[in-house]
Design a protein around this ligand. Structure first.
Ligand SMILES: [Zn+2]
Length: 326
């Protein structure tokens, strides 16, 4: 006969919620659904921002840096970097930057060789839906290289970011429309349509690219960064002559430099740089002493490229980057 022995008595729990408990439970279920919904929406929004950032900025920046890095290594290793550099960059520069076209062959190579180093050192952003192209990077780098071709340390290291707007933009700082700026936070901001306009007419003494790069060089030097004693000494000498002319400009309505140069010493330098490259003969004729000091400071003379190819002499500065191709 089968005998069932129950070792553990069965226990039954009976749960009878009070009316208050039912209301509380309904509340907590509704809250939970609301919380999950909000969390889901926030999660999706956050994921989409991350996704967008990855594909819009981070991945292109990583891929861009890798490709620019590979370029600089290739240019350093190949036996004839000139041909490679020309294939890679001349198509963007030649015919658009008259300064480059007027350079003798050896300086063209020096010019092109600096482009990838400059691009690799900066982060580029487009605002208001503007997509930053290789051409834009190369041309803005070219404007910096034009200014600093005679200076060994040309990277403008303090300036890590270049921001492009499609056209003139409203500045948060001044509340005015700007075509460009170089600020102490290390950003150069440029209206792309105005940048292009600056190079379209190479003789009108207006060039936003050169103007902003001049501010960047000036700010870098004033901060005491990245330039050796020789440049700083030339800069002090330039400032002395520049101050004298700046003071004369305050008293004199008519002047070779456009009136904006009289705003302050920073604008004076930036406007001088525009005139120096776009109207060197006129500059030299009207302000010979100032012109000579600017030639000394920048270690180049745009008037002499065609007649004396060796006018731009490498300075005695030590440099981390070789400029003369093997
Ligand atoms: Zn300015």
């Amino acid at each position: 006969m089968l005998k069932i022995i129950t070792l553990t008595p069965s226990i039954t729990f009976t749960y009878i919620p009070s009316p208050e408990t039912i209301i509380l439970e309904q509340y907590s279920t509704a809250s939970m659904i609301a919380f999950i919904t909000v969390a889901l929406i926030a999660g999706i929004a956050f994921a989409s921002i991350i996704f967008q950032a990855l594909f819009s900025f981070i991945f292109p920046a990583i891929i861009g840096s890798i490709s620019d890095g590979i370029d600089t290594i290739r240019f350093a290793l190949v036996s004839n970097p000139g041909a490679l550099l020309k294939r890679r960059y001349e198509t963007y520069i030649s015919g658009k930057i008259p300064y480059y076209d007027a350079l003798p062959e050896s300086l063209k190579i020096r010019f092109l060789r600096r482009i990838p180093y400059f691009i690799r050192d900066k982060t580029f952003y487009g605002r208001e839906g503007l997509e930053v192209t290789t051409e834009m990077k190369v041309l803005v780098a070219a404007s910096a290289v034009q200014l600093t071709l005679g200076i060994e340390n040309f990277i403008l290291e303090k300036f890590h970011t270049i921001v492009f707007y499609p056209a003139k933009y409203l500045s948060n700082i001044t509340g005015l429309y700007h075509v460009g700026e170089a600020n102490i936070r290390g950003m150069v901001v440029i209206s792309w349509s105005d940048f292009e306009k600056g190079y379209r007419d190479g003789k009108d003494k207006y060039n936003v690219g050169l103007h902003e790069m001049a501010h960047a060089l000036d700010l870098d030097t004033r901060a005491g960064n990245y330039y050796d004693d020789e440049f700083v000494n030339r800069y002090r000498r330039w400032l002395k002559t520049a101050h004298e002319e700046f003071d004369r400009m305050q008293d004199n309505g008519e002047h070779f430099l456009r009136s904006y140069a009289a705003t302050n010493m920073q604008e004076f330098f930036a406007v001088c740089v525009e005139h120096f490259f776009e109207a060197p003969a006129e500059f030299k004729q009207n302000l010979p002493e100032l012109y000579t000091e600017l030639c000394r400071l920048l270690n180049q003379d745009p008037l002499q490229f065609s007649s004396r190819p060796s006018a731009l002499k490498p300075t005695s500065f030590s440099t981390p980057i070789p400029d003369n191709p093997a």
